[in-house]
Design a protein around this ligand. Structure first.
Ligand SMILES: Nc1ncnc2c1ncn2[C@@H]1O[C@H](COP(=O)(O)OP(=O)(O)OP(=O)(O)O)[C@@H](O)[C@H]1O
Length: 276
């Protein structure tokens, strides 16, 4: 299983957000996507998940074109995502936020549930247990019946990832999962994401938090002005003069890049935390 971008391009009017990007993502690995603001990171995620159309080029999973599919078909192909700005159903409980994700995939069985109530009850219990298992993994079991909108901000971030896992996706796309998290929450997130690494799953993480990226990721692509500037291991990225120039305009060490990213993260944190 491989996710492949081939000569990918995205244009918004005059703005070329993604400019001829070709790369691939292997399973069993956590892939980081980094780059300065406006580099095109979220656009890559949005195109892969079908939220944005592709201007030209292709996205394939196991050789099957994703970019020609509708958004729900992409989800049914095994792609799940989280958002830069949390998008939970605030008025629904934590467990209901997970339970709703079962229904589209089980439409064919819906009639059996309508016709045969005992079957429906058994299915409901099975779904609930599966959701509780995921909540337990994220230490959210104590919040199962709490409205998502009332959860502490850090728990909401975890719940978003939990929801993305309900369909057991083959590709998990995480757009700035650490945005607005404090140091302790980020460490907790890093541990959870590490535990989600699986031979059957491709994980792609867009992040500004350099410590998280360098600790978590096996491979990193660096975007700059819509182009793929560099691809390598965390240590290769840290040693790259091209990467340092892209972030800072001068060749400096990774500590300066980290500080620049930290500034941005703090700004985003202020914005996103207001929501809770
Ligand atoms: N819906 C849109 N309409 C028009 N332009 C867009 C849209 N989304 C993104 N862009 C532009 O495309 C470019 C890439 O944006 P994108 O959000 O992908 O960058 P990014 O690397 O994720 O940035 P950040 O780290 O700030 O989130 C930017 O110039 C941005 O202004």
């Amino acid at each position: 299983m491989t996710l492949v971008f081939q000569s990918l391009r995205k244009v918004y009017g005059e703005v070329v957000a993604i400019d001829d990007v070709s790369t691939d993502f292997a399973p069993g690995m956590i892939h980081g996507v980094i780059g300065p603001n406006g580099a095109g990171k979220s656009t890559l995620i949005n195109m892969t998940a079908g939220s944005y159309t592709v201007s030209s080029g292709s996205i394939t999973l196991d050789g099957k074109r994703l970019d020609k599919l509708k958004k729900y078909q992409i989800a049914n192909s095994g792609i799940a995502r989280t958002y830069q700005n949390i998008r939970l159903f605030d008025q629904m409980s934590a467990i209901e936020n997970l339970e709703v994700c079962f229904y589209p995939a089980e439409v064919a069985a819906a009639w059996s549930e309508v016709i045969w109530p005992p079957y429906a009850n058994a299915q409901r219990r099975r779904r609930r247990e599966k959701c509780m298992e995921i909540l337990r993994f994220f230490d959210l079991q104590g919040y199962a019946d709490v409205d998502a909108g009332g959860l502490p901000y850090g728990r909401q971030r975890m719940l978003e990832i939990a929801r993305a896992l309900v369909a057991n996706p083959r590709v998990l796309l995480l757009d700035e999962p650490a945005a607005g998290l404090n140091h302790h929450e980020t460490a907790e997130l890093t541990a959870k994401l590490t535990a989600l690494r699986s031979p059957d799953r491709i994980m792609i993480v867009v992040e500004h938090d350099m410590d998280l990226v360098m600790t978590l990721c096996d491979s990193i692509i660096v975007m700059h002005h819509g182009k793929l500037l560099f691809r390598g291991t965390p240590s290769e990225v840290q040693a790259s003069t091209d990467v340092q120039l892209a972030y800072l305009g001068t060749a400096n060490d990774i500590d300066d890049i980290r500080a620049a990213a930290q500034d941005r993260r703090a700004q985003l944190g202020i914005r996103t935390r207001r929501r809770s």
